[in-house]
Design a protein around this ligand. Structure first.
Ligand SMILES: [Zn+2]
Length: 286
């Protein structure tokens, strides 16, 4: 447990657990120590941002920075979302029905809030936002809105929808590749929005010649698009998706039989509650 001037850590733990909790409590020197949000109204800022930072630090210390430091948190979130026990992140800390819903909302969803925002605005814009958040709000009392406004300025995108869905509701995300069909030599990929929460889509397509192309579908309510995060892969910016439409047609300038694989969000940063339908493969469908 951390307080601004002191930290209490229980012993009798294995090394990884002891280092993990020590890193976590140290990071609280920044989140809640220097950038002091209200602990009962916006508890997800300090616990979530701290959990996000400590996930990457412990992954660096114990796994040489390899693997996905956020994977267990995403899996934990999906289990809780599917259990029906989830409660929104913005609830006053004293008013959760269960402890586990409080923990999930504050630590897990708070950490995913940042990692998934990196998917929405690009990882560089996320890092700029975190630095600017510290610079502008150290020794002050920011709310979640103050952070999302900084992310809007750093990304040139409208992000109120992201904050409202992720923080204020328990609506979930589920996109799928519905079909791949050929129309006069042009591939038509139908994507479906099965969940309530809308998101921009990164779609990776593999072709029979072994080449890979990224298709980026911005969300219309963002009024903008993220920077190309993966410069080594050609990116095509497709028409934006109005969030109310349940389906989207992505036209590819190649014939359908040249496509071997279509995958939504190969980076795994979008908290899609059913990833089994995110991939279409030629072998399994033909
Ligand atoms: Zn903590």
């Amino acid at each position: 447990m951390e307080y601004t001037m002191g930290t209490l850590i229980t012993g009798n733990r294995n090394l990884r657990s002891l280092v993990g909790v020590t890193v976590h409590e140290f990071v609280h020197a920044w989140y809640e120590g220097a950038v002091a949000n209200n602990e009962t109204r916006d508890q997800w800022i300090d616990e979530g941002f701290t959990s996000y930072a400590s996930a990457f630090i412990t992954n660096h210390l114990f796994n040489n920075g390899e693997g996905d430091p956020m994977l267990s948190r995403y899996n934990g979130y999906v289990r809780m979302a599917q259990s029906g026990m989830e409660e929104p992140m913005h609830i006053h800390a004293d008013h959760y029905v269960t402890n586990s819903a409080y923990g999930l909302a504050s630590y897990t969803k708070g950490a995913i809030f940042l990692h998934q925002l990196g998917y929405v605005i690009g990882d560089d814009a996320l890092k700029r936002s975190l630095n600017r958040f510290y610079e502008e709000w150290k020794f002050k009392h920011p709310t979640g809105y103050d952070f999302i406004r900084i992310a809007e300025r750093e990304s040139d995108m409208v992000l109120d929808w992201y904050y409202e869905y992720w923080v204020e509701t328990t609506h979930t995300i589920d996109y799928s590749v519905k079909s791949v069909a050929d129309k006069n030599g042009t591939a038509n990929i139908t994507l479906a929005k099965n969940g309530v929460m809308p998101m921009p889509l990164d779609v990776e397509i593999e072709f029979t010649d072994g080449s890979i192309k990224h298709y980026y579908i911005p969300l219309r309510i963002m009024w903008g698009q993220k920077e190309n995060e993966f410069q080594e892969v050609e990116r095509v910016v497709a028409e934006d998706w109005p969030w109310v439409f349940p389906e989207y047609e992505l036209s590819i300038d190649r014939s359908a039989d040249e496509i071997t694989k279509v995958e939504i969000d190969p980076s795994g940063r979008m908290a899609d509650v059913d990833r089994t339908n995110n991939v279409w493969e030629m072998s399994s469908n033909n």
